[in-house]
Design a protein around this ligand. Structure first.
Ligand SMILES: [Zn+2]
Length: 59
């Protein structure tokens, strides 16, 4: 299992992500933004803000 540290693109908090896959959606514990994993390349991971609408979170 690989662990990545990457800054949140929204609030710049450091996220620790482990065992994630491309296209997986994670949420930032600081700003609660939903972030989608764009690319994983060796030790780096690229995050971008997830589109707002496409999943039903039961709210
Ligand atoms: Zn954040």
């Amino acid at each position: 299992m690989q662990t990545f540290k990457t800054p949140c693109p929204i609030c710049d908090a450091t996220l620790n992500l482990s065992d994630v896959e491309v296209t997986e959606i994670v949420s930032c514990p600081e700003c609660r933004s939903r972030l989608v994993i764009g690319k994983i390349k060796s030790n780096q991971i690229q995050l971008s803000e997830a589109p707002a609408v496409d999943e039903d979170w039961g709210e």
